[in-house]
Design a protein around this ligand. Structure first.
Ligand code: PBG
Length: 337
């Protein structure tokens, strides 16, 4: 008797390699696929003109709004269905109350409007967090002791979220990890008649060192110094806690949830998908991108096949979609075949 339910009993002529022997057969039995529909392309946006390379993320640049629109349109032509915008704020725009975060003429609002005007069928997602607007680079408001205060931050996040929705954002991405922010944002969206604006909450976001290159990209690295985000982002030691975070965000009205970072946290993705069966995303973050770039540019690994294998791993773990700096490259590779 076979002790494991569903396990095929060995039989005469059992050859698992049979269905791996030809390309058509491998395709026929493939359990997962990577499609461009499931990839979200992040962009860093700057004031003024031109583009600026990000040293720790070869191939990624900060883009002035006209370049952003051009690249977003190109990505959409390649099949990318959604982008996410990260504004890089000038120091003069940063303040302790983070008021630039809800300025309807601020960089984020202008960038959203420009993309939606030029490429209306491309989904635009935002980042709801105060780090681009605070002098210290934290995601929330700080009290005198240096603690990031929850409830006052949530009020500010609601204002930021409404500003983004007013500008035409399709999906809001609260990435701040304050308690109760999803419910507060959802309530405000309903009251303001933004009924179809979606929330993809960064539900299980870990205090990770893999965000390093992102901090350089948004110019938060210097301001940030030696402090960390451990008083609000999750401890990498914890898995059960992620399920409680996801449950809370879903109960508060999140449409989709995210786990972040990606590859080192695929066990969390699997547990979230199995427990809640909701649209589940992962963020293949800047440090993960940098590792692939560094190794492949040295000729130590093959970039394209390692990226495709990475994205397949996300799908196999249970991800419906992935935020990745490789989204547009993958779209091109899939077209090239
Ligand atoms: C901040 C934010 C971060 C990232 C996305 N939004 C950095 C952080 O939390 O410190 C990281 C993304 C990446 O590393 O690619 N709200």
């Amino acid at each position: 008797m076979n002790p494991i339910p569903g396990l095929r009993a060995p039989y005469p002529g059992s050859r698992p390699r049979r269905q791996r022997s030809q390309d058509f057969a491998r395709r026929l039995v493939a359990e997962n696929t990577v499609t461009v529909d499931a990839l979200i392309q992040p962009y860093f946006v700057i004031e003024g003109e031109g583009t600026q390379a990000v040293d720790a993320m070869p191939g990624v640049s900060r883009l002035a709004i006209n370049h952003l629109v051009e690249q977003a349109a190109h990505a959409h032509e390649q099949g990318v269905q959604m982008i996410v915008l990260f504004p890089v704020t000038d120091d003069a725009e940063k303040s302790d109350d983070c008021a630039s975060a809800w300025d309807p003429e601020g960089l984020a609002a202008r960038a959203i409007r420009a993309v939606k005007a030029a490429v209306p069928t491309l989904g635009v997602m935002t980042d709801v967090a105060l780090d681009p607007y605070s002098p210290h680079g934290h995601d929330g408001l700080m009290d005198e002791s240096g603690y990031i205060i929850n409830d006052e931050t949530v009020d500010a996040l609601v204002r930021q979220a409404l500003c983004q929705a007013d500008a035409g954002a399709d999906v809001l991405g609260p990435s701040d990890m304050m308690d109760g922010r999803v419910g507060a944002i959802r309530e405000a969206l309903e009251a303001a008649d933004h009924r179809n604006v979606m929330i993809m909450s960064y539900a299980a976001k870990y205090a990770s060192s893999f965000y390093g290159p992102f901090k350089e990209a948004v110019g938060a690295a210097k301001a940030f110094g030696k402090s960390d985000k451990k008083s609000y982002q999750m401890d990498p030691a914890n898995g059960d806690e992620a399920l409680h975070e996801v449950a809370a965000d879903l109960q508060e009205g999140a449409d989709m949830v995210m786990v972040k970072p990606g590859l080192p946290y695929l066990d969390i993705v699997r547990r979230v998908k199995e427990t809640f069966a909701v649209p589940t995303f992962a963020y293949h973050v800047s440090g993960e991108y940098a590792m692939l770039k560094a190794a492949s540019s040295n000729g130590w690994i093959d970039e394209r096949s390692c990226v495709m294998e990475t994205l397949m791993s996300f799908r196999r773990a249970g991800c419906d979609g992935v935020l990745t700096y490789y989204a547009t490259d993958v779209a091109r590779w899939l077209r090239e075949g």
